[in-house]
Structures are given as structure tokens and as C-alpha cells.
Design a protein around this ligand. Structure first.
Ligand SMILES: *Cc1c(COP(=O)(O)O)cnc(C)c1O
Length: 381
């Protein structure tokens, strides 16, 4: 059996080595490392794939979120509603820009922000909502957009984990995640569903004026070289990463199918087990399984049960991860934002019970058989 990894970037690369090596060699040959035709080509291709008007490539997903929030002219103290159950980048940039993160609950079934909780958290200072499409499934975007419209709030989708997923509205229209809010942000970190071989990110919008501004902010606030209109930053996707992404973007749908197939295998193996809740698949979104995350239920002490499971899997050379062991409202980083005052029962409940199993495009049946057998061996003992 091949060794099992959380993500197997090496095997994935080996399947496309020739094209990738040629693309990288092409960039080296041209010596156009910054900007260059690959970056524009990628922006155009991604815009087409997502069904969005503008894609502004940038240096990473965290920058994408920061630049998005900078473009909305929010004022210090303005409130931004976000889930506590997310990767730190989402909440960190809010604080970095001297805005106030307001943490709300997620739905324990979907792991995504709960629209009802958003409604309750709105105050006169609320300016934006940042829904995070966590683990590969879309948030309830129809309800979120309705709330945003009613209260005149911006929506910034954090699409770092769910590129390629979609949302189907009640009228039957389907849109890709990242094409629904005012702005969306994504990451091409190597382990993401569309990963490059270093850092990369992108900001998307359908709004022409916002696109202009996002582009300027990512480029030191200039449109014309050396004429700086607004305060920005320096955030670029480099040509090597763009060349790699141009090879990988056409493969994304196939990669998603491989992930969904692995998820089906897991689902099937665990479906009869009352201690394991497999990922919920909503009827309004296609799950692209950035992570395959189980909830451990009906066990007396979930955290020690989970520690035991992780240790047992590790002894058997199966990696596993906890995404995420500490929710935002419990991070020291947010102590001065009143983190300790939050009472987010559902978020805490999930934090103690989630465990993510290996999930990537290269998992084969032998590996999946072995992983599920070992998980069940521990859980049933
Ligand atoms: C990965 C990730 C980011 C940040 O992306 P980077 O490219 O690592 O900066 C933001 N939000 C979520 C939910 C992520 O998973």
C-alpha cells in the first residue's frame, strides 16, 4: 500500500509532471517572473470558470480577504459578522484593519455560518458579513444575501476551501461559490482544492468599480505607475504560480470528482455507526470535500475519545487532523475583542468532536479500505 498522507501533493504532481515542468521552464526561459501573460491568462480562465466578471490575482488568501475589506472603506469600529468556527485568516484580517469581529454560531450539520445567528448579531454598526464555505460546501447564500440586502450589508465570501462548489437558489439557478457575494476571496495554498506550488490567492467581484479599486489596492494604490491614489499594499500572484495554475485549473473538476468518490467510500463505510456522523450534504450545494470531517457522537468524553482515536490511527500510520482545535472566540488573539464574553455552545460542541481524515485526489481503494477499517476498529472496541 502507498503511504497515507492528509494530502498527497507528490503523487498529484507526478501525474502532470511533464506539463508542469514545461510550464515552469517556459517562465524561467522568459525571465518574466512578475506579471506576464500567465497571470492575465489565469485571471481570465478563473473568471470564466467561476462565472464572475473580474478576478484579481494576489499573493495569498489572507491578503485577498484583507484587500477585500480595505476596498469597502469600512471605518475603525465597524462590525463584521463572521463565524468563530473557521481558520484564523478570516477573523484576523478584520482585527488587523481595526474593525470589530462579531463571532456567530455555525450550523452543527453544515459547519457553515447560521443565517439565524447572523440576524441576531446585527447592530447599527454592522457593515459586512463574511460567510466561510467551510470544508467544501456552500453556506446558505440565499438567506445570507437576503439578510444583507435587507440591512444594506456587504457580503465577502471566504471561498478558500470551496472553489468549484456551488449554490442552487430556490428558483433553480445555480451559481458557483465565490460569484454570489459583493466580493469573494480564495487561496491557492498547495493543499487547497486548486493549489499552486507556493502561495497564491484571488479576489473576485461582479462590480466594475470595486474591481478597479481592488486592483489598485493590491498594487500600492496605483493605476498609473508611480501615481498612488489610495493607500494599498503589495500583493501579487507570481508568473510561476500562475503558469502552474493554468495547468491545474482545467483539472479542478476531475480533482473534485476524485474527492467526492473518496467521500462516498468513507460515507458508505461509516453509515451504520452511531458514534460517527459523516459530513452532511445539503441539497442546495455540491460538496467539493476540501476536508472530510466526522463528528464523534454518543461517546462519554469526546475529547479523550478523539485523542485516543488519533493516537490509534497514528500508530497505524494514518494521519488525521483537528480543524480547528480552538475557535476564534477562544483565541488569545481576540481576548481584547471580548472573545471570552461569547457563549457559542454549538461551536464549542463541534470543536470537541470534529476529526478530519485524509482527503485528496490520490486516495485509492486499498488505502480507503485500510483507513475505514482502522477507524471502525477503534470506534467499535
Ligand atoms: C486557507 C484559508 C485562508 C487563507 O489562505 P492563505 O492563502 O493561507 O492565506 C482563508 N480562509 C480559509 C477558510 C482558509 O481555509
Amino acid at each position: 500500500m502507498k503511504p497515507i498522507h492528509m494530502v498527497d501533493l507528490k503523487q498529484q504532481y507526478l501525474h502532470i509532471k511533464e506539463e508542469i515542468d514545461a510550464a515552469v521552464a517556459g517562465v524561467l526561459d522568459s525571465a518574466l517572473f512578475i506579471g506576464g501573460p500567465q497571470v492575465n491568462e489565469f485571471a481570465n480562465k478563473l473568471a470564466k470558470y467561476l462565472g464572475v466578471k473580474h478576478v484579481i490575482p494576489c499573493a495569498n488568501g489572507t491578503d485577498a480577504l484583507q484587500i477585500a475589506m480595505m476596498a469597502l472603506d469600512l471605518q475603525p469600529g465597524d462590525e463584521v459578522i463572521t463565524p468563530s468556527f473557521t481558520y484564523v485568516a478570516t477573523t484576523e484580517v478584520i482585527a488587523l484593519l481595526k474593525l470589530k469581529p462579531v463571532f456567530v454560531e455555525v450550523d452543527t450539520k453544515t459547519f457553515c455560518i447560521d443565517p439565524g445567528a447572523i440576524k441576531k448579531a446585527i447592530t447599527p454598526k454592522t457593515k459586512a458579513i463574511v460567510p466561510v464555505h467551510l470544508y467544501g460546501q456552500s453556506c446558505q447564500m440565499e438567506e445570507i444575501m437576503a439578510i444583507a440586502n435587507e440591512h444594506n450589508l456587504y457580503v465577502i465570501e471566504d471561498n478558500a476551501q470551496s472553489i468549484g462548489s456551488d449554490f442552487t437558489f430556490k428558483n433553480g439557478t445555480t451559481k458557483k461559490t465565490g460569484s454570489i457575494g459583493n466580493i469573494s476571496c480564495t487561496s491557492f495554498f498547495p493543499s487547497k482544492n486548486l493549489g499552486c506550488y507556493g502561495d497564491g490567492g484571488a479576489i473576485c467581484t461582479n462590480d466594475d468599480a470595486l474591481a478597479d479599486k481592488l486592483k489598485m489596492i493590491a498594487n500600492h494604490g496605483q493605476k498609473k505607475r508611480y501615481y498612488h491614489e489610495i493607500v494599498g499594499c503589495n500583493s501579487r500572484l507570481d508568473a510561476l504560480q500562475a503558469a502552474i495554475l493554468n495547468i491545474k485549473l482545467p483539472l479542478l473538476d476531475g480533482y473534485i470528482e476524485a474527492r467526492r468518490k473518496a467521500a462516498d467510500f468513507y460515507d458508505n463505510a461509516f453509515k451504520e455507526n452511531d458514534k460517527i456522523t459523516t459530513p452532511f450534504r445539503s441539497d442546495y450545494s455540491k460538496h467539493v470535500f476540501h476536508q472530510y470531517t466526522l463528528i464523534l457522537e454518543n461517546v462519554e468524553s469526546p475529547e479523550s475519545f478523539r485523542d485516543g482515536l488519533q493516537a490509534f490511527l497514528a500508530e497505524n500510520n494514518i494521519p488525521s487532523m483537528i480543524y480547528y482545535p480552538v475557535p476564534a472566540h477562544k483565541q488569545n488573539m481576540f481576548a481584547k475583542f471580548g472573545g471570552a464574553d461569547y457563549d457559542l455552545e454549538k461551536t464549542d460542541w463541534l470543536t470537541h468532536r470534529v476529526i478530519s481524515l485524509p482527503m485528496h485526489t490520490e486516495l485509492d481503494e486499498e488505502q480507503l479500505n485500510y483507513i475505514t477499517k482502522k477507524v471502525l476498529e477503534y470506534v467499535n472496541k
